[in-house]
Design a protein around this ligand. Sequence first.
Ligand code: C5P
Length: 258
Amino acid sequence: MTTSVNRERKRFQVQILNRGGDAVKKSGRQDRIIVALDTQDFSEMKRWVKSLKGLISFFKVGSELFTACGKKAVKYVRDQGAEVFLDLKFHDIPATVEASAKAAAGLGVKMFNVHALGGVQMMRAAKQAVKDISPMPWVLGVTVLTSMGENELSDELKIAMPLERQVIHLAKLAKQSGLDGVVASAREVKHVKKILGGGFKVVTPGIRPAWSASQDQKRIVTPRDAFALGTDYIVIGRPITGAKDVKGAALRVIEEIE
Ligand code: C5P
């Protein structure tokens, strides 16, 4: 029995590997995988995007790549026909965030984010900045980083609320400010969706397939479970970009979720 299941599994793996860049898209979940391009090396980033062509159509440009390479990194990904999540987590006075949001929208990114801890006025300023831009990018609020656990929140930051309640509180503020969704752990998705509605997007980093190491992430969830819990987009970095075979790792994730 087990042998025939394994054989079937192997056959499927070979099938999708043979299709190379054209792995079957069955559920649409494949398009909701965002690969984090965390590197300072422009050539390395290009190699990742090229190896994933046809498999991954959404990439995250974060502070590491953006600080090192600037907007040419966004342009490169866009020129390959893929979407960009600009993850710069703006957190500043409203006027500065408004201007930064405008600049982000000008790069043609599909979404970008601000820290919900920046408050309602700041989040409203970000949304205000992009409201006349077409297509309008989604603005997301970062709730509590997935690398943080209950102890950091209470002992270090002296935030008295339990972590999940703090996430819900910040998500409510984000919605009240007109944002399109939040960044949170998949562990909190069900609760966020129940309280704020299914249309309020939840993008979840802290994704770790069972076969990969957790590294500095604490509130981790597997790709399959994240979708089962109702997440809209998963963000996954090192399990794919840190693998010897970047394309093979992406295919394993796709196989798991489809
Ligand atoms: O390599 P790994 O899969 O841990 O990458 C996760 C990515 O998601 C990183 O680029 C990190 O900056 C980002 N992120 C996160 N937690 C958040 C928001 C973004 O880990 N709350």
